[in-house]
Design a protein around this ligand. Structure first.
Ligand SMILES: N[C@@H](CCC(=O)N[C@@H](CS)C(=O)NCC(=O)O)C(=O)O
Length: 207
């Protein structure tokens, strides 16, 4: 019997952050498909029942419901003691990178991918702006990873799992990601973690 239910869909890198954490920490969990592309997260009834913010991921654990991937990661790290901060300074450092991820690294890249790859808008002033902003955020992370194998404390933490939400997504966003060699090497280190799975393996897609 699964202990956790994660409302998610395969293309969601934000949901992948939570799914990968559940998988790597060996939880009994089940995905529940959310039909994002047909507007389920915009349905008032879905919002009322699951998340007033209208977003995936949503994690159910017993009678408790959590949203926001960074908070879910923090909750699971607290519960399992895995990929967690060792002290208060590390905790702040992890949150500093998770906030950067939510505000810049994931958000610009995910929006670019949504328009350019999933909605297939072609290149527009919007995608050009998003690609520029995402590239700048990738550069920040790449520079940081030049001196350390993982984002905080020299080991895999939830800061890495947050930033890695979209980096394994296969779609070509027109961004030259291979130029970020430290990010590419970091991805290999994450892939080498026992139990690692690709987002499209972990979460359900539209049939
Ligand atoms: N900051 C949120 C972002 C979540 C998010 O944007 N989720 C997308 C799917 S990847 C979503 O559900 N978007 C619905 C919408 O914006 O209408 C998190 O990290 O959980």
């Amino acid at each position: 019997m699964p202990e956790f239910t994660l409302h998610c869909f395969a293309e969601s890198g934000n949901a992948y952050k939570a799914a990968l954490m559940l998988e790597l920490t060996g939880q009994r969990w089940q995905p529940r498909f959310v039909d994002f592309f047909n507007g389920q997260t915009r349905d008032p009834a879905w919002r009322e029942e699951h998340n007033e913010q209208g977003e995936v991921p949503v994690l159910e654990h017993g009678a408790r419901t959590f949203t926001q991937s960074a908070l879910i990661l923090d909750y699971l790290a607290g519960l399992t003691g895995q990929y967690a901060a060792h002290d208060e300074d590390e905790k702040r450092e992890i949150w500093r990178w998770m906030l950067f991820d939510n505000h810049k690294f994931t958000s610009y890249y995910a929006a670019l991918r949504f328009f350019y790859c999933l909605k297939q808008t072609g290149d527009t002033p919007v995608t050009q702006f998003l690609r520029e902003r995402a590239t700048a955020a990738y550069r920040v992370v790449d520079v940081h990873l030049a001196d350390t194998p993982f984002m905080v404390g020299g080991r895999l933490t939830i800061a890495d799992l947050s930033l890695a939400g979209y980096v394994f997504m296969p779609e070509d966003t027109g961004m030259a990601v291979q130029q970020f060699t430290h990010i590419e090497a970091w991805k290999d280190r994450i892939r080498a973690e026992p139990g690692w799975k690709h987002p499209y393996e972990l979460m359900p897609r539209q049939a």
